[in-house]
Design a protein around this ligand. Structure first.
Ligand code: G3P
Length: 226
């Protein structure tokens, strides 16, 4: 894994929120960068595909794609290949986010091609079974996120701590080198601490930061126990 990514990892998924349109994606990535520089905590930005290259070249923190398509370089129209994602300066990619799901064989192909392009891979999983299946492909991270909690006000660490503990244990049994993140409803530093106490190596979150009036203040709170 790239030396730029250290545990605990905080990945901010910008999704396609209106707040990140136009200059919003760079502004939010710069907020992530300023808090990462101030605190020394590894914060990764995950802007929309249309901003990936531009943002990657403007900030020093790791920038991730929200998805990678399972194609090699060549005659592939309209897809974002791992090679292209790496070429625009991104450090890694999410795969199979619950809002951009792909069949299990395609997950494996995406991980294989992303690793070949030296991208850090974060495979998202709705549940423990998916996490275990995805661990067979040896991604760098698996992010377990119960879809019903995504975008809500209750953190997965409160609503369903067992899914984190069970995913950490089950993934470790399959492949000890794969680290587990968790997400869905994560909003505060207390949620982050709870995730780490449950064995996660970090968190994946979106609305708590992207839709905040003061993203820097939220980011500083997120990392206050690290
Ligand atoms: O990718 C992380 C995202 O799905 C979690 O969303 O808004 O619950 O932090 P949110």
């Amino acid at each position: 894994m790239t030396e730029r990514i250290s545990e605990p990892v905080i990945i901010i998924n910008f999704k396609a929120y209106g707040e990140v349109e136009k200059a919003g994606a760079l502004s939010l990535a710069e907020a992530c960068e300023s808090v990462s520089k101030e605190t020394g905590v590894c914060i990764c930005a995950c802007p929309p595909a249309v901003d990936l290259g531009y943002v990657s070249r403007k900030v020093s923190i790791p920038v991730f794609s929200q998805n990678a398509d399972p194609y090699e370089s060549g005659s592939a129209t309209g897809w974002a290949t791992p090679s292209m994602i790496k070429g625009c300066g991104a450090a890694g990619t999410l795969i199979n986010h619950s809002e951009h799901k792909v069949p299990m064989p395609q997950i494996g192909k995406c991980v294989e091609l992303s690793k070949r392009s030296e991208l850090v891979t974060v495979v998202c999983a709705d549940d423990v079974l998916t996490a275990v299946q995805a661990a067979e492909f040896t991604p760098n991270f698996i992010a377990v996120e119960p879809p019903e909690l995504i975008g809500g006000d209750i953190s997965v660490t409160t609503a369903n701590p067992m899914i984190i503990e069970e995913s950490v244990a089950a993934v470790k049994k399959v492949n000890g080198s794969v680290l587990v993140l968790c997400g869905a409803g994560v909003k505060t530093g207390d949620d982050v601490k709870a995730a780490l106490d449950l064995g996660a190596s970090g968190v994946l979150l979106a609305s708590g930061v992207v839709k905040a009036k003061d993203p820097v203040a939220v980011l500083l709170d997120l990392v206050k126990h690290i």
